[in-house]
Design a protein around this ligand. Structure first.
Ligand SMILES: Cc1cc2nc3c(=O)[nH]c(=O)nc-3n(C[C@H](O)[C@H](O)[C@H](O)COP(=O)(O)OP(=O)(O)OC[C@H]3O[C@@H](n4cnc5c(N)ncnc54)[C@H](O)[C@@H]3O)c2cc1C
Length: 459
């Protein structure tokens, strides 16, 4: 049984608990509530990054965020800690908006919802469904914070579905000076497009407004063993067969191990779940993308209808998503070159497979968000869930990056990559404008850390 407190699943002893409680009593306004006792290092979710400080200050209101930001010369906001690299890291102080997790306003006429930035999709989605609304898409897991996910252009799948950040229509941000700035899709044009996938560089996002639509029901089917030859010849048809399609492969035996097909239960969109799908066989029991792991952690399959938020993610809230002890990397290539790019990775199968838990291939629609990997191009994302063996993985990633370079592959901002800053500048053409925009809100680099200084702010 793998039930966990997903957001903060770090072991905590009684002494630590007491220290936190005492700290809270000592200063009810804002206090270093989560100053971690030695032995309880603050890490990211996967445990591969030990953060550079253990001081984590909780904010419960906009005023507290402003006061904290004004008093600090350096800080980072920590979301739900699901990134695999040091994008969220700080050697100074962390600010947590975990307790700022309410729905602020649902506007049925404008079809938007405004939320506190600490809310997770796992909390927001059932609320929206209960009110008759839905988001357009979700990632593989609902455990992540909306602000953290949108800040790194987190995505799900679907040829017509943009990444999760494309649903953002408004942001409330506390800048380095402690001022509150509101940006909206309607009023701020290009600056807004620059700010949404902000990598935590512009300031503290305190509220986000998202587009919603009427709620919908979905069915999910899984097919096993789709031959690579079928993928080569029918990639478009396979990816277009439903609202969201994910292909899982271990790159062994010239096959896609599992095809996850998520379709909307609506006239004209129902997926015809024939027993065979491009040579793959319809599964007869629920499966995990990593075949050896229990499907108990996964969303319901076998065509059982359910609300969008219980079918779009692969993993269920309250259960461990993916494998847990793992590393992840992901690269986005232009949709038209997807098959060549997949074949380029497949040629590395003998090097990749010993270190891999599973790969996933997904499609994402183009968008206009400056630092989105899908900026002005529909993409196919090739993802790797690695065994947690960094010395081996750090040798493999550059090989994959080299073979995907002809496709100008862009890395996922929240996962492990080794591309040089100069290369990043050559593939993210709006990066110079992003640097200027960040400097407008954070002239001295209060929100910059080693990741941002290295990858974004080197000239
Ligand atoms: C098991 C697993 C499955 C995953 N599946 C997917 C997937 O399907 N698709 C996908 O694209 N990615 C996926 N990811 C990656 C994940 O979605 C991203 O890394 C995402 O950014 C995590 O959000 P977070 O809140 O945990 O971010 P954190 O790691 O806490 O922070 C990420 C960045 O956002 C910033 N940030 C967070 N909150 C704020 C705020 N309020 N204001 C300003 N900046 C802020 C942080 O400073 C940091 O720079 C997965 C990760 C895991 C562990």
């Amino acid at each position: 049984m793998a039930r966990v407190d997903a957001a903060w699943a770090i072991p905590m002893n009684k002494r630590t608990l007491f220290k936190r409680f005492a700290a809270l009593l000592a200063n009810p306004i804002i206090s270093p509530l989560f100053t971690w006792a030695s032995g309880n290092k603050l890490t990211n979710w996967a445990g591969n990054i030990e953060y550079g400080t253990e001081s984590l200050y909780p904010a419960a209101s906009l005023q507290q965020v402003q006061d904290f930001v004004k008093k600090r010369s350096k800080l980072k906001v920590l979301g739900t800690r699901h990134c695999f690299n040091n994008i969220a890291d700080s050697t100074h102080d962390f600010l947590s908006l975990k307790s700022m997790d309410e729905v602020v306003a649902l506007d049925p006429v404008a079809r938007t919802v405004t939320v506190d930035a600490g809310i997770t999709y796992g909390r927001l989605a059932p609320y929206l469904h209960s009110k008759g609304f839905a988001l357009h898409n979700l990632a593989s897991l609902p455990h992540i914070s909306v602000a953290g996910a949108c800040s790194t252009a987190t995505h799900g799948s679907g040829k017509k579905n943009g990444n999760l950040a494309t649903a953002v229509s408004g942001l409330q941000v506390v800048t380095a000076a402690g001022d509150v700035v509101k940006l909206s899709r309607e009023q701020d044009g290009e600056a807004f497009c620059g700010a949404v996938v902000g990598l935590g560089a512009l300031g503290v996002i305190t509220q986000i407004t998202l587009d919603v639509q009427p709620t919908f029901m979905m069915r999910q089917y899984v097919y096993e063993n789709l031959p690579f030859i079928e993928l080569k010849e029918h990639f478009e048809a396979i990816e277009s067969s439903a609202y969201s399609v994910s292909l899982f492969t271990d790159w062994q035996n010239q096959r896609i191990n599992e095809v996850w097909i998520k379709s909307r239960v609506e006239d004209g969109q129902v997926f015809d779940a024939t027993p065979e799908f491009f040579g793959a066989k319809r599964a007869t029991k629920n499966l995990h993308p990593i075949a050896e792991l229990s499907a108990e952690n996964c969303t319901e399959q076998l065509g059982v209808p359910g609300p969008w938020h219980e079918r779009l993610p692969h993993f269920r809230m309250g259960f461990t998503p993916s494998a847990g002890k793992e590393l992840q990397s992901e690269y986005f290539v232009p949709g038209q070159q997807a098959v060549e790019a997949i074949l380029a990775v497949e040629r590395l199968r003998n090097q990749i497979s010993p270190h891999l838990l599973i790969s996933e291939i997904r499609t994402i629609a183009a968008d206009n968000l400056w630092l989105s990997p899908c900026y002005e191009q529909p993409c196919v994302a090739i993802h790797f869930t690695w065994k947690q063996d960094w010395p081996a993985v750090r040798k493999l990633i550059p090989m994959i990056e080299k073979d995907l370079a002809p496709f100008r592959a862009r890395p996922h901002w929240g996962k492990l990559f080794t591309m040089s800053p100069a290369h990043l500048r050559s593939i993210y053409k709006k990066l110079p404008e992003f640097v200027q925009l960040s400097k407008k809100y954070d002239p001295q680099g209060k929100f910059r850390n080693e990741f941002l200084n290295t990858n974004i702010f080197t000239s």
